[in-house]
Ligand binder design. Structure first.
Ligand code: PEP
Ligand code: MN
Length: 337
């Protein structure tokens, strides 16, 4: 961290600031130039609140040299993190496709979709039991019954399950029932939920918020990791832009950017990113080509009758086609899908 000081700063003021910094266990070096004077601060600078330093009248500017996230940063942990979900690895060259309906609707639906996506090559079954809907009058999910049905589908197929949590009251239940806990876009900055999930040992699928920057996504991951849980999978699921043709805009560049900034695995969700089933295939391929560690895709046996997100759901046969094409793409890129 570099603290640029005002030209008329006094010796007493500099000493006062150095004392505050040193009390936090950091080292401060005073450098006087011809036109400007600065304090170079070394150590765990995230212990200092920038606002606190900037509130001193004799401080001109504070420049951060390190990222505000630490555990999520690649400089802290250079190797890719590989997360093991019941023997299925994700990250570090292990590519995983998760697929299933937006929401669990009934036993037959979830079991038949689970069987068909497994057959096509998906490794993890998705299905919402608690749904974050814009309208309170829309289908809200089968809740506890939905979790039970997901467990039945897991039993029938052997596929691990991922499902979204919306309230920290249900953490114990989710820890017991699911293999990956999903934090949806709308809860990416629910810090209470993130802190509590940090105290669990479950893999967390953390989706990027609708208007969140890459740094905000990494800070949300840091909340979970700061609590001791480093099993975080990031998910780029499209962000809000001025474009209205698609539901969101898939930020493909976030994939290589995140690969550079963090060691955590990163997958994309081309279903929520686009809102249109026919865009899922090209954007899945684009994601893998850009280096994503996996995908999460909505599949429904009867999209026209889906209780949620039918327009962006692939039919099982279209999903199979996509998986076959991804396998060919994967062999060209030397990644196993
Ligand atoms: C979902 O995966 O069903 C979902 C609601 O996703 P998001 O949080 O990305 O909107
Ligand atoms: Mn959905």
């Amino acid at each position: 961290m570099i603290i640029q000081l005002n030209d008329n700063v006094t010796k007493k003021e500099i000493e006062e600031l150095i004392k505050i910094i040193e009390e936090k266990g950091l080292v401060a070096n005073y450098v006087v130039g011809e036109k400007t004077s600065v304090l170079g601060v070394l150590g765990e600078t995230n212990k200092i609140a920038i606002g606190e330093i900037e509130s001193y009248e004799f401080v001109k500017k504070v420049i951060l040299l390190q990222e505000p996230y630490k555990k999520a940063s690649r400089s802290f942990h250079p190797e890719d993190t590989i997360i093991d979900i019941n023997g299925i690895k994700i990250g570090g060259g292990n590519t995983v496709v998760m697929a299933g309906p937006c929401s669990v609707e009934n036993r037959e639906q979830i079991v038949s979709i689970a069987k068909s996506v497994k057959e096509a090559g998906a490794k993890i079954l998705r299905g919402g039991a608690y749904k974050p809907r814009t309208s309170p009058y829309a289908f809200q999910g089968l809740e506890l019954e939905g979790l039970e049905l997901l467990k039945e589908a897991r039993k029938e197929t052997g596929m691990p399950i991922v499902s979204e949590i919306m309230s920290s009251d249900l953490i114990e239940k989710f820890v017991e029932d699911v293999d990956i806990i999903q934090v949806g876009a709308r809860n990416m900055q629910n810090f209470d939920l993130l802190k509590k999930l940090g105290k669990t040992n479950k893999p967390i699928l953390l989706k990027r918020g609708l208007s969140a920057t890459i740094e905000e996504l990494l800070m949300a991951a840091e909340y979970i990791m700061a609590g001791g849980n480093d099993k975080v999978i990031l998910c780029e699921r499209g962000i809000r832009t001025y474009e209205t043709y698609t539901r969101n805009t898939l930020d493909i560049s976030a994939i290589p950017v995140l690969k550079r900034l963090t060691h955590l695995p990163i997958i994309t969700d081309p279903s929520h990113a686009t809102g249109k089933y026919w865009l899922v295939n090209p954007l899945s391929k684009a994601s893998i080509a850009a280096g994503a560690d996996g995908l999460i895709i909505e599949v429904h046996n009867e999209p026209t009758k889906a209780l949620c997100d039918g327009a962006q759901s692939l039919k099982p046969e279209k999903f199979k086609e996509l998986m076959d094409e991804l396998k060919i793409l994967g062999s060209a890129l030397n990644v196993k899908i």
